[in-house]
Design a protein around this ligand. Structure first.
Ligand code: CP
Ligand code: NVA
Length: 306
């Protein structure tokens, strides 16, 4: 995957369909125990939002590849005291080999990437969560031994997860349906971009009808109804989002071999029931594990290992 060396991953749209499939193939090999050393390389983690999976899986991935991680938590760096991102990026670029950033505005990520030569990885913004979708696609491919031709339905908020799933499905030929309340649909420009990428490779449907979108789906996917930074509207969203809860009734409408995914953390009893989360069709824990393998593959590609 020489073509990815030194590149940024700010969005899945930064990858071609072939490059994305290459990362997924390497992720499977990583899971089987392939080691692709990146000795002496250092990844910075600059997270202005909480994280369990992304922080730990990136850290373990670098350790297993033979590199290191430095935690650049804004509360212990000058970032938290307002040093401009442009200045921070130019300085960190002289120390680090790559950086994973979790923040609010996609524009901050773009600004950082513009001011740094090293690969900049989107570890979640309000707009996108591409690393999660690498693991999601790996999990789907593991289950169905293919991606193209399957149908994934995402239920809930048209948020960062919905956006990255739209792009990831478009790149891999998975049909995607987003079932979201009228005022919480994904951004029109992301849907348009996904349609452009998909061409006739997959179908993209945006709807408010959860039941219709569940029918025959192979993958039911959901995420929290209020994302990080939206805590103030969490209560008021509940009645609007109730019809989109992934429960056994909705699952009963899907394909009989359907699987259930959730990026986690979950609010059991809101976007998903405890029963479905722990049920036989849930692949949520494999999905969480795959964050490690998929990001290990991504790091090996961006850092130019073997
Ligand atoms: N799914 C995910 O990104 O989890 P964290 O917020 O724990 O990193
Ligand atoms: N949409 C969620 C995803 C968490 C992994 C959030 O942004 O908080």
């Amino acid at each position: 995957m020489e073509a990815l060396v030194g590149r940024d991953l700010l969005s899945l749209a930064d990858l071609s369909a072939t490059e994305l499939q290459g990362v997924l193939t390497l992720a499977t090999q990583m899971k089987q125990g392939t080691v692709t050393p990146v000795s002496k390389k250092v990844l910075g983690l600059l997270f202005t939002k909480a994280s369990t999976r992304t922080r730990v899986s990136f850290s373990v991935a670098m350790y297993q590849l033979g590199g290191q991680v430095i935690d650049l938590n804004p509360s212990v760096t000058q970032v938290g005291r307002g040093e401009p991102l442009e200045d921070t990026a130019r300085v960190l670029d002289r120390y680090l080999d790559a950086i994973a950033i979790r923040t609010y505005e996609q524009q901050d990520l773009e600004t950082f990437a513009h001011n740094a030569q090293m690969p900049v990885i989107n570890a979640l913004t309000d707009l996108a969560h591409p690393c999660q979708v690498l693991a999601d696609l790996q999990t789907i491919q593991e289950n169905f031994e293919q991606l193209s031709g399957l149908t994934l339905t995402y239920f809930g908020d048209g948020n960062n997860m919905a956006h990255s799933l739209l792009l990831g499905c478009a790149l891999t030929g998975v049909n995607i349906q987003i079932a979201a309340p009228p005022d919480y649909q994904p951004l029109a420009n992301v849907v348009q971009k996904a349609r452009q990428i998909a061409c006739d490779r997959s179908e993209i449907t945006i709807t408010t009808d959860a039941k219709a979108a569940a029918e025959g789906a192979h993958i039911l996917y959901t995420d929290v109804w209020a994302s990080m930074g939206q805590e103030d509207s969490a209560e008021s969203r509940i009645p609007l989002f109730e019809p989109y809860q992934v429960n056994s009734e909705l699952l009963g409408l899907a394909d009989r071999d359907a699987i259930v995914l959730h990026c986690l953390p979950a609010h059991r009893g809101e976007e998903i029931t405890h029963e479905v989360m722990e049920g036989s069709q849930s692949r949520i824990w494999d999905q969480a594990e795959n964050r490690l393998h998929a990001q290990k593959a991504l790091l090996a590609c961006l850092l130019g290992a073997s």
